[in-house]
Write a protein that binds this ligand. Sequence first.
Ligand code: ATP
Length: 211
Amino acid sequence: MKNRAIAVFGGTFDPVHFGHLRAASEVSELLKVNDFRLLPAGHPPHREGTWAEAHHRLAMLELALAPYPDLAVDEREVRRDGPSFMVETLQSIRDEAGDAPILMCLGQDACNGLNRWHRWREIFDLAHLVVMTRPRSRPQYPEDLGEYIEARQVHRTRDLMDAPSGRIRHVEVTQLEISSTDIRRQLATGRNPRFLLPDTVLAYIHKHALY
Ligand code: ATP
């Protein structure tokens, strides 16, 4: 049976690739989430700048997910002006969600740097964290973040579903060593990144001469 949790998987998706998509699929299946959203960052505060404009990154996500109605795109950051901080995004989702569990999904590499996110402690007041394994990334938490995580760690899906926020679960997903950086690099040097991302996304990249 599906549950009423809302899962949010944020990223720059510059471009979206099978590492993102497979992880999203496995987490939604494992946690039996009915409402699973990929959420492209509009103006990522943690990045020096993105390569493709937000509307292109959104269009690529929509193409990738078109055949899969159980995985949705949440456009709120792309539609908003100014920097998008996850804590504010989660607050706006919480305003709509009542007391349903919100699951913020992120890869291990991203979680290792969570203490550099704007008002990161408040994230635990708004959502649970679901941390997905990623090749070349081990859990490596600075002291304050490590303590926070240790105190909130759970191992069962049930523990995420009987509270709206505040817990953290690490889950293993199939290890696909794919990154947007590598795809952009391949494209910039005239190589073909096919089979690392959906063909529809690759066709879009060529059509609009991105990267
Ligand atoms: P870049 O190379 O530009 O940094 P990326 O491939 O890491 O991009 P992002 O859009 O920055 O992709 O990542 C969004 C989220 O997806 C992050 O939480 C990241 O940890 C996770 N993620 C990205 N690639 C994978 C993968 N291959 N397996 C599991 N998680 C992934």
